[in-house]
Design a protein around this ligand. Structure first.
Ligand SMILES: [Zn+2]
Length: 275
């Protein structure tokens, strides 16, 4: 029986499979064909767990809400060869991206919600302010982050009960754009810095609601992202190689940063070496 923590593990497993990828095909027993088709071509922004709910957020602000209840199951299928075929029988859900598919069976709840429907859903109340929505409550978001003083900022930005919407890609991009070391503890950041990070995240999320690939860097050529997925390659600002490391509870989530543009805080760098 999936509990909240296993849902979080499931979200951590699905995140690297889905986040940043385009939905190539989607079928769901409980949704109309039109609703299912409307997800094709969208890009997955984040995969998170809230309680026993799994939330797959896409780049037009909608969220696919799955509840596993007692017997539900969600897993990843990876076709191994051109001769691979999906197992027999119709699953409740099949969401395909490049190289993998996420399959759900015996799902009592599967629905596609707009941002405002999500805010009104009684079973999803308790999520932090949704940075993709207009008029999100900034003091509330800062107060909820302040409840996580020992968390590294990049980890805290993923806590959906603090602020909703930021996934693993934006986490790294926002810290880079605001020149904040992702390992900085929340208690070391002042309100102005938190405000800048949140406003930046909201601007990116909102700018990417709509058609086309997700972009955090506007340029005529080259990478659409500043640091995410660019480990070992030159920083687009200063040329220093981008570093990748893991943060959060094992197995951890990848974070990317530029050691030059996002220096460690002086108070911390005296404390010892960093990976
Ligand atoms: Zn740099």
């Amino acid at each position: 029986m999936p509990e909240g923590d296993s849902l979080h593990r499931l979200a951590a497993k699905l995140g690297p499979v889905l986040e940043g990828r385009e939905v190539l095909a989607f079928r769901a027993r409980r949704l109309s064909d039109a609703a299912a088709r409307s997800l094709v071509g969208r890009r997955v922004v984040s995969v998170t767990a809230k309680g026993k709910n799994l939330l797959v957020r896409v780049d037009d602000g909608r969220v696919l809400h799955v509840h596993l209840a007692m017997h539900g199951r969600v897993f990843v299928e990876r076709p191994r060869s051109a001769f691979w075929a999906p197992p027999r029988g119709e699953p409740d859900m099949r969401l395909a991206v490049d190289g993998a598919a996420v399959v759900g069976q015996r799902l009592p709840v599967l629905r596609l919600l707009t941002a405002s429907e999500e805010r009104r859903a009684p079973d999803l109340a308790g999520l932090g302010p949704d940075l993709t929505a207009s008029g999100w409550d900034e003091p509330e978001a800062i107060a909820r982050l302040r409840a996580l003083p020992d968390r590294a900022i990049a980890e805290a930005l993923l806590v959906q009960r603090a602020v909703a919407g930021i996934g693993n890609v934006y986490k790294s991009e926002v810290c880079f754009l605001e020149r904040v070391d992702p390992r900085t503890r929340l208690s070391e950041l002042d309100d102005a810095e938190l405000q800048a990070l949140l406003r930046r995240a909201s601007a990116l999320l909102r700018a990417n609601v709509g058609d086309g690939p997700r972009v955090t860097r506007r340029s005529l050529g080259g990478s659409r992202l500043w640091v995410y997925g660019r480990g070992g390659r030159a920083c687009l600002r200063c040329g220093t190689p981008i570093v990748r490391f893991l943060q959060g509870a094992p197995p951890g989530r990848s974070t990317y940063a530029c050691p030059t543009c996002q220096p460690a805080r002086p108070a911390r760098s005296a404390g010892g070496a960093r990976p």
